[in-house]
Design a protein around this ligand. Sequence first.
Ligand SMILES: Cc1cc2nc3c(=O)[nH]c(=O)nc-3n(C[C@H](O)[C@H](O)[C@H](O)COP(=O)(O)OP(=O)(O)OC[C@H]3O[C@@H](n4cnc5c(N)ncnc54)[C@H](O)[C@@H]3O)c2cc1C
Length: 492
Amino acid sequence: MNDSANPVSRRTDEPAAREQPLVAIVGGGITGLAAACELRELAPRAEIRLFEAQPRLGGVLQTERRGGYLLEQSADNFITDLPWGVDFCQRLGLAAELLPTTEGSRRAGIVSRGRIEPLPAGFALLAPSKVGPLLASRLLSPWGKLRLACEYFVPRRRQEGDESFANFARRRIGREAYERIAQPLVSGIYTADPERLSMQAALARFVEMERSSGSLIRAARRTSSASAARDQGPRYSLFVAPHGGMHALIAAAAQRLPRESLHLSSAVTRLQRVPDDRGGSTWKLQWRSESRPDPQQLRASAVVLALPSRAAATLLEGVDPPLADDLEAIEYAGCTIALVGCRREQLTAPLDGFGFVVPEVERRPILACSYASEKFPGRAPAGHVLLRVFLGGACHPEMNELTDVRLRELVLGQLGELLGLSGEPDLFHLVRWSDAMPQYYLGHTERVARIEGALRRWPTLALAGNAYHGVGVPQCIHSGQLAARRVAAALG
Ligand SMILES: Cc1cc2nc3c(=O)[nH]c(=O)nc-3n(C[C@H](O)[C@H](O)[C@H](O)COP(=O)(O)OP(=O)(O)OC[C@H]3O[C@@H](n4cnc5c(N)ncnc54)[C@H](O)[C@@H]3O)c2cc1C
């Protein structure tokens, strides 16, 4: 969007005391767009200005079509057992676009001693709800299975307070089931260091299962029989994606907003509290756009920072240093995705399921591989497959430093060994993300509570995004909506 044609550019330093309040939303990813859409409904009187540093909206959610492949640069689906993603799609008129995962492919594999073994049916991250498939599985030794079964009798944890995921898992299900099953499954979601990942912040439902049932197995069996009795067939599969890819959400949300409210290529560089002309104070934002060499500014009645927490910290340094320090302290990790497209007959192994994850103990350079074309239709041309291979994460930052040539060599080598890939792929595309994944480490819950406590000093300021209460797309949408509700309430 061209800023010179933008009414805000001309309107500098205006008073905040105005009939129509102005709300500035900083960050044009899914969180900022969800906040903007919510605010349009809750406070139709408010004028919204959304600032995005990049020339296009969407943040990490970007979809590209190339040679018949549909390439997702980050998320390629979202979960439906949290309502916010599906609800948002319904409100945007996108519900009919949502594809379920392909029937029959809803299984995950785990690499074990060089082979891809199926995850035993009924195993949910840390807790098996079925015994039979576990006994038949080749993932664990007889001793590992016995130790896992003993989880039933492991006493509840006595100490209060948070615990790392690695500790919790080893304590409850034993070292082998942790190393061979739970660690790779959880790392596939959080790309985190398991010795530092906070159970409270990232996996609280398992802490609650232990607390309420005394055993994860007991709790998982109860939940699975209760949901079997309740379910008349789910309306959505556990994961869904828009037919045209994740960017469809971004495009549909942007369409709900007046064109003139969107400021692309506009990085907000400064946020201040300044006196208003009624003896109070208001927000003043400064931003730079590509089309104008000099910084521009405006005053806003309320501000939503829908940003990675470190970017929010930079803007809040001069406003509230202790709040900025807590935001700055949330760590992020990078990761690289290799998108590989090839003819199906170039693989000797069947693509059975959604893909596979790789335990650390296997000592391989990749974290996981998702069979994108097998999960959703329309991701690869007929007779071809699309694979998404993940590398890096918090435990392997060195992977993100490798050259494109070396990464290609490593990825194709691994796909050769594990899936029998031969010959040159017809697509090889690398997406490198630095600092895109917030790490919910021990102390995260307390830090977020402090951040939220500090926000009580600033009722017209809201923080939203993946750094606080969940990294997935539905949680981001929800956090944007909550931020909109907060500022709408403050504006009255
Ligand atoms: C590789 C990867 C795979 C993922 N897979 C999944 C998945 O399968 N399912 C799922 O549910 N989730 C997944 N996620 C998580 C999910 O996609 C993200 O958490 C979510 O999209 C983040 O959205 P956001 O709007 O909060 O942040 P972002 O997308 O990071 O958007 C923030 C925006 O703020 C802008 N910005 C920064 N500073 C400024 C500034 N000063 N001024 C103006 N603008 C600024 C940035 O340019 C950016 O566009 C994945 C994430 C990654 C990285």
